[in-house]
Design a protein around this ligand. Structure first.
Ligand SMILES: Cc1ncc(COP(=O)(O)O)c(C=O)c1O
Length: 395
């Protein structure tokens, strides 16, 4: 567990958290100073020596980023690819899969909008259809019913967002992973909102792919994302449409030898200052320890939820057995413009989650928007108490 001295040190490393109540790590979090300095130093050096010389000089530092990512996710570094965002990683995965007319994708109503957009494109091009993993009344997966769906629908792929953008619920991705393994179905996880705030182990989940972004709970630079690819998927010779000459050998006129590591999901051209900065963010997070982060985040999340419940009449919108640090709030009498100006005036940093980004979830909850707060391990209990009072005074 993090001590108060640990948290003080983390706050010192995070100058952005000092003069405000920053609860938007699910949007774009605050990086530590070391990461920003590394990026700027790299860019300065690149401007003097050129991109290629500088890249070669720091090749071994870049390779450490893969080791840090692999340590965090519980895999090997050859299974890691760095991309420009979670969405980029995700569509590269989808572009590598072979869909046929009439294929079924099993997913959840809580999946991210970009993933639904990719599925919509597949529907238009390959006439695939979507089915939703069956749930119990309490919102958790009904595993018996899900097993039946596998037998009846023979899905080509199962795709689940671990923690949705619009709700703090943690979906039981490991339980679905076991069924995917039993039926040998490809399993794709969107870990964008879980990696960095919770312990996420790809082997325990049993997924073939997991994508996530850098800027959220991992506190990395903007324009970064990462992808895990299982050895099973690597041996299936899946190649994304974006594969380039960096990882491919042109053997004869129409023969290409594609690499057999996750790097084929990367492209040669990218920001190396971002890569090194992201590597440092991962190193920082690993040095704090994801178990410590998750434990402290649980304390923060519980404190915020119970304070809202006890001291205000604001509704907590997140539903499920296991909740994380995406906390969505709503009150029927609140007007959005007033909420925004009240929170801005009190220097609360937050997001508004909107139905247009989470249509199925919010349609079911009967709301058009919700305030989204996402405290992370640089926040304190005192900051939460202040925020609860500010929220409670909103009319
Ligand atoms: C669950 C989830 N998946 C994917 C994404 C997309 O991430 P990116 O903007 O890095 O592509 C987001 C962004 O909010 C998200 O919340």
């Amino acid at each position: 567990m993090l001590s108060s001295q640990d948290i003080e040190k983390i706050r010192q490393d995070t100058p952005g958290c000092i003069d405000k109540l920053f609860f938007n790590s699910a949007g774009s979090s605050l990086p530590v100073t070391q990461v920003v300095d590394r990026q700027i130093d790299y860019l300065r050096e690149e401007a003097i020596y050129g991109g290629y010389k500088t890249m070669a000089k720091y090749a071994s530092e870049a390779s450490e980023a893969y080791v840090e990512a692999a340590n965090l996710l519980g895999c090997e570094s050859h299974q890691i690819a760095f991309c420009e965002s979670a969405t980029v990683a995700y569509y590269r995965v989808i572009s590598s899969l072979r869909f046929e007319m009439g294929d079924v994708i099993l997913t959840s109503e809580l999946d991210y909008i970009s993933n639904f957009i990719v599925f919509d494109q597949l529907r238009r091009k390959h006439n695939i259809s979507l089915a939703f993993l069956k749930k119990d009344v309490d919102g958790s997966f009904d595993l018996e019913a899900v097993r039946k769906q596998f037998t009846e629908l023979h899905p080509r792929m199962v795709a689940v967002t671990h923690v949705p953008t619009s709700s703090g619920v943690v979906q039981d991705v490991a339980a679905i992973g076991e069924i995917c393994k039993e039926f040998e179905v490809l399993y794709v996880i969107d870990g964008c909102q879980s990696v960095g705030q919770l312990e996420v182990n790809v082997k325990e989940i049993g997924c073939d792919f997991l994508s996530c972004t850098g800027r959220k709970f991992l506190r990395g630079p903007r324009g970064t994302g990462l992808l895990y690819v299982s050895d099973r998927a690597l041996t299936m010779n899946l190649v994304p449409i974006s594969a380039d000459g960096d990882t491919t050998i042109w053997q004869s006129a129409d023969e290409f030898e594609y690499g057999n590591t996750a790097k084929k999901f990367e492209t040669f051209e990218r920001s190396y200052s971002n890569l090194l900065g992201f590597g440092l963010s991962l190193k920082y997070l690993n040095s704090v320890g994801i178990q410590n982060i998750e434990a402290y985040n649980t304390v923060l999340g519980n404190h915020l939820r119970s304070g809202i419940k006890q001291k205000t009449d604001i509704l907590l919108m997140d539903q499920g057995n296991r909740l994380s640090n995406i906390i969505t709030l709503y009150h029927p009498s609140f007007q959005l413009e007033k909420v925004i100006s009240h929170l801005d005036q009190h220097k609360i940093y937050y997001s508004i989650a909107r139905k247009s980004m989470a249509f199925l979830d919010f349609a079911q909850k009967g709301v058009d928007w919700a305030i989204r707060l996402s405290p992370h391990y640089f926040n304190t209990i005192e900051e939460l108490d202040e925020a609860i009072d500010i929220l409670g005074s909103m009319r």
